[in-house]
Design a protein around this ligand. Structure first.
Ligand code: PMT
Length: 422
């Protein structure tokens, strides 16, 4: 039995579906590198995600992109000068304190050096000295510059002060060289920033999520499976990471990319999923089983591709272990959440599973309507806990459903409990 572990680094094109940025004020600091043009797309995406974006540019940044570009995209005047026409008194203090977070993209070697040394010789660097909000630094530069000991020391100093530094990606650079120095994809920056502007109610918690279908092999090329795409489980993993969790996603076969910041363990069958869950459950604070686990597997798996022959074929199936029931035997202080996709008697059927499997919560999933349940982006669920009224939710995006489920998980986590250091 084999499974593969991958760490999400954000090379994906998924749009943020939640309200993460709605109404949040973000300061986007742009310094003078060729990647400044990519900051325009970042500003646009932040605005389309509901953020109010204030752009501050260095003098050099304005050599690459005109302030008017950012002004048109954000609907706000760009701040660039400490003195003279267009400057506002005390902007250098206020701007870094009246926002939810600051993102510096691109951050040049020069900007990193000034920040590390505590220099404030223009509007942006002065704002950064007075800022009291989370800062995400996105360096982009030539690969030799990035590798320079001085730059690396500066990055280490900034990290030691609590700033989040997103390392540049590898690839072909504007200067013609190939190596580490590219500004990360806008989607990656948005995900990293999302954690800085989200409530951190899962900080320090180890969250285990299962997602997707299982494949139960009949022969080397055929298997039994179901219609789960993994979208609901992946949304839970993404949102749990944004809320500060240390997230492990145990995933059946899906086409979805690894969510940013999340460790993904790839499995195929229900028995592989069981082993992967049992491995990690003792260290976990919460388990959310959104996977559609196959209840049976073929009793025997043919060693070679089965040939077409008789007009009828009988396949014998053996019951798979019930992962949640196995886990219930080991449960200590963990919060355990099951899902139940039902086509009739939704709440009653889900309640039976809540009791039968010894769960803390069950998410009853309406799968009769075409826009809810398997393989779509929206979901209609009812969250049922022990001894409490069910929370009936309208049709929401799967990320919004994840937020609601995690609200209840966060409330159930023991307050004084600390994650075991594994
Ligand atoms: O992946 P998507 O396309 O986004 O679709 C999401 C979903 C519909 C698959 C998801 O929201 C969902 O409802 N998942 C549960 C599917 C289901 O009906 O499971 P179940 O009723 O067979 O099992 C109930 C619970 O027991 C589930 O949490 C399941 O993970 C767990 N289980 C089931 C079988 C088994 N052998 N072991 C288990 O632990």
């Amino acid at each position: 039995m084999e499974w593969v572990t991958r760490k999400g680094c954000g090379s994906f094109t998924k749009r943020l579906e939640t309200m993460t940025y709605t109404g949040k004020r973000i300061l986007l600091g742009v310094s003078g590198g060729i990647a400044a043009y990519k900051a325009a797309e970042l500003a646009r995406r932040l605005v389309s995600s509901g953020a109010q974006v204030k752009v501050v540019m260095t003098q050099a940044a304005q050599e690459f992109v005109a302030p008017l570009t950012f002004q048109a995209l954000t609907g706000e005047k760009v701040a660039a000068a400490m003195f003279g026409p267009g400057s506002e008194p005390l902007e250098h203090v206020a701007l870094g304190q009246q926002v939810a977070a600051i993102v510096l993209a691109p951050a040049t070697a020069n900007l990193l050096g000034k920040m590390a040394a505590g220099i404030g010789d223009d509007l942006l660097t002065t704002i950064l000295l007075a800022a009291n909000k989370p800062i995400l630094v996105c360096p982009a530069m030539n690969c030799e510059m990035w590798a320079h000991a001085a730059v690396q020391e500066n990055v280490a100093r900034l990290r030691a002060r609590g700033l989040t530094v997103l390392p540049p990606e590898a690839g072909e650079l504007a200067c013609g060289a190939t190596g580490y120095g590219r500004l990360p994809e806008v989607e990656t920056i948005l995900e990293a920033l999302a954690r800085l502007v989200s409530p951190q109610d899962l900080a320090g918690r180890k969250i285990l999520v299962t997602a997707g279908p299982t494949h139960e092999d009949l022969d080397p090329v055929r298997f039994l499976t179901n219609r789960s795409s993994g979208k609901q489980g992946y949304a839970l993993a993404r949102v749990a990471w944004r809320r500060g969790g240390e997230v492990c996603l145990i995933s059946g076969p899906t086409l979805l990319p690894v969510p940013y910041g999340v460790e993904r363990v790839e499995v195929r069958s229900a028995r592989e999923m069981l082993n992967a869950v049992l491995d990690r459950f003792p260290q976990a604070d919460a388990l959310l089983m959104a996977a559609a686990v196959g209840d049976y597997h073929p009793t025997s798996c043919a060693g070679h591709k089965m040939k077409r022959g008789a007009p009828e074929l009988t396949v014998h199936l053996t019951q798979n272990p019930d992962i949640l029931k196995e886990v219930a035997r080991l449960k200590k202080q963990q919060v355990v959440v099951g899902f139940a996709a039902e086509t009739r008697d939704l709440e009653a059927a889900a309640r039976r599973k809540l009791e039968d499997k010894g769960l803390d919560l069950i998410v009853a999933n309406e799968v009769n309507r075409p826009d809810s349940g398997f393989a779509v982006n929206t979901n209609e669920v009812t969250i049922i806990g022990r001894g409490q009224l069910p929370t009936r939710l309208p049709l929401l995006s799967k990320e919004e459903v994840a937020e609601k489920v995690l609200d209840q998980v966060a409330a159930l986590l023991p307050a004084a409990h600390k994650s075991k250091g594994v």
